[in-house]
Design a binder for this molecule. Structure first.
Ligand SMILES: [Zn+2]
Length: 217
């Protein structure tokens, strides 16, 4: 499916937990206007306000952004081989995972994840965001949005430990950029960081807690 096809299908994916929304930049952290990525509502589906030009291209395996290469490393770390298409976006200040037209998709704003690295002061920040989005696909999409986010966080912890991140580096981005309290879409960073750590700790013990899965067996 090309980007245009994806965009046309956005309206059709309303019944799925479309929004990743891994991290949101604090308003003070970004000079550019921060637009909420997820215009998603269970009753309304995707909002119509958003421009549809934000996806620049589908990333091939050697895309210069490095995103597909990071994705591949995460697959190897988790010993998985899912078919996930990667699209790159601009000026969205976010990343998200979705299923559209039967295809598993992640969309990443490269400038956003680079900003995450700068603010978190570690290059593991971007990798955690991408691992979180892949985690949505690994875990399946829970109807409980907070549970869906924590499931994805758990898998990001698993991936980051297996890739060599320290326990502190694995949670740095979420501690710097996550919200203090629960929001409608996402649990607070005080719930998310311990879940990432739980994934990290389980990876050290070489075990997987399948309670962080909807349908991954
Ligand atoms: Zn998410």
């Amino acid at each position: 499916m090309n980007a245009e096809g994806l965009l046309n299908r956005r309206q059709a994916c309303w019944h799925l937990a479309c929004c990743g929304g891994a991290l949101a930049l604090p308003t003070s952290a970004a000079s550019q206007k921060v637009t909420p990525f997820c215009e998603f509502s269970v009753t309304r589906g995707w909002g119509a306000k958003r421009k549809t030009e934000y996806i620049t291209h589908r990333a091939g395996p050697k895309d210069k952004s490095g995103v597909p290469q990071v994705v591949n490393s995460i697959y190897q770390a988790l010993s998985i081989k899912p078919q996930i298409e990667i699209f790159l976006a601009e000026k969205e200040n976010n990343a998200f995972a979705t299923v559209a037209g039967g295809k598993r998709i992640i969309v990443v704003d490269v400038e956003f994840v680079e900003t995450v690295n700068k603010l978190a002061k570690t290059n593991w920040g971007a990798i955690q965001v991408i691992a979180h989005e892949l985690g949505h696909h690994v875990a399946g999409f829970s109807a409980d949005r907070h549970k869906a986010e924590l499931n994805a966080d758990y898998w990001s912890g698993q991936a980051l430990q297996r890739l060599g991140a320290s326990r502190a580096a694995a949670t740095k981005a979420i501690m710097v950029l996550g919200s203090e309290g629960d929001t409608e879409s996402h649990p607070s960073k005080h719930r998310r960081a311990p879940t990432i750590e739980r994934g990290w700790d389980d990876a050290v013990a070489n075990k997987i807690d399948y309670s962080f899965c909807e349908d991954c067996r």
